[in-house]
Design a protein around this ligand. Structure first.
Ligand code: PLP
Length: 407
């Protein structure tokens, strides 16, 4: 796509109202036209907030994902009635549990809060005194077992409840680590390949030592089978993000698993207060939106969606490759964010631009485009967060800036 065409597309922005007002003469014999609908308020332009084409991916800082239309419609419609949150959670939880082969489920304020609440439930059970006491663990278990390769930032969700992380590497380490204080064995799905103990074996060890197992599969909703796989495998608790590949509300997620653990987690969550989860509030709109998002995701044609992603990648890849000195590769990450991922690299001797400067040109262009940086001479792109047709704009701008830098 040529730059000219991009600009052409931009020049057809609506100018409604103005035209109408200037054409219809005052005192016209035409019957008075209905008052024009007031222009929709655009807070992005009103407040000067930059919006952009997201060719990067599902990043929290970039506002995650665009919710599916069905989700937005659900949110708008459900905002107009009152309901008791517990009843919404009961009904939605039963539906999500059935969709994902879990005994029970509850909608949380994200995967991170699902991990906090799952951890809390494992500590307190149905004991309201313990619920009120967290993060003071007197009289409770106090340790979570985590593999070394899984021990990164997200474990803060566990330590939020007061527990200590006990790091292990081998099956023998687990045998030594388990004691009467062990509350959970936690597994970070995307770190799976880097650890010595794999998911099935982790579950088996949990059962052997009678310790509940919990998995964080936040961004791993593709392939869709993952949404039931870990429940079928025997994990006691499964945590998922709503606002990544599922394209539900970014401030929602799912905690699912064993009935008694979900019930205990809910004691630690809103709408109840006097617990550590009180700040992790989800309202009926997000709970229902989360349900519609996962229902749609599970029922949609995954192969068709994948083909759309591949076609978009091809459009961008073909445009970039036209520039002498540019090479491209398409990969699919082994675990998290499984979507076709395009890396564009260039030979600095032939295309003289630093990656950071290239990103800045795209970011500051019109329309603004964001992508992820790679090395000094490469960028990484995913297309699953693009709106239909935006791949052409991205392709055009990448071609334009790389061509300009060609020596
Ligand atoms: C995104 C992410 C989280 C946090 O999920 P939220 O839904 O944003 O709360 C936790 N763990 C992993 C691995 C993630 O990628």
């Amino acid at each position: 796509m040529k730059r000219r065409d991009v600009i052409k597309n931009l020049s057809i922005l609506p100018v409604s109202g103005v035209i109408l007002g200037s054409v219809v003469p005052f005192g016209s014999v035409l019957s008075a036209p209905a008052a024009p609908a007031p222009a929709k308020r655009d807070l992005f332009s009103e407040l000067g907030i930059r919006t952009f084409i997201n060719a990067a991916g599902t990043y929290t800082a970039m506002s995650g994902c665009l919710m599916r239309d069905e989700v937005v419609e659900t949110i708008n419609a459900s905002a107009k009635e009152f309901a008791f949150i517990d009843e919404v959670q009961d009904k939605v939880g039963a539906k999500i549990a059935a969709l994902c082969h879990a005994e029970a489920a509850t909608v949380t304020a994200g995967c991170w809060s699902a991990s906090v609440l799952g951890m809390a439930g494992a500590l307190t059970g149905m004991d309201m005194k313990k619920v009120g006491q967290l993060p003071n663990l007197t009289g409770m278990k106090s340790e979570a077992i985590v593999q070394k390769a899984h021990n990164e930032g997200y474990v803060h969700a566990l330590t939020n409840t007061g527990v200590t992380i006990v790091v292990v590497e081998t099956v023998e380490d687990v045998a030594k680590a388990v004691n009467e204080k062990t509350a959970i064995m936690w597994f970070l799905n995307y770190a799976g390949p880097n650890g010595q103990i794999q998911d099935k074996e982790w579950v088996a060890l949990g059962k052997k030592y009678n310790v509940p197992t919990m998995i964080d599969m936040a961004a791993d909703s593709t392939p869709v089978e993952n949404l039931s796989k870990f429940n079928d495998m025997g994990f006691d608790l499964v945590c998922v993000s709503g606002g990544k590949g599922l394209r539900g509300p970014q401030s929602a997620g799912i905690l699912m698993g064993k009935k008694e653990l979900i019930a205990a987690a809910r004691l630690n969550a809103p709408p109840r207060g006097g617990n550590i989860g009180r700040g992790m509030k989800v309202n009926k709109e997000e709970i229902l939106g989360m349900y519609v998002a996962i229902e749609h995701f599970i029922n949609m044609d995954q192969a068709k969606e994948w083909k759309i992603w591949e076609d978009r990648v091809a459009v961008i890849e073909n445009a970039a490759k036209k520039v002498n000195g540019v090479t491209t590769t398409v990969t699919v990450p082994p675990v998290a964010n499984r979507t076709p991922t395009l890396t564009i690299s260039w030979d600095i001797a032939k295309v003289n631009i630093k990656r950071r400067d290239f990103q800045e040109k795209l970011s500051k262009g019109n329309p603004s485009i964001e992508m992820m940086g790679g090395k000094d001479n490469s960028v990484t792109i995913t297309v699953w967060m693009l709106k239909p047709g935006q791949e052409k704009i991205v392709a055009g701008r990448i071609f334009e800036e790389l061509s300009k830098a060609a020596v």
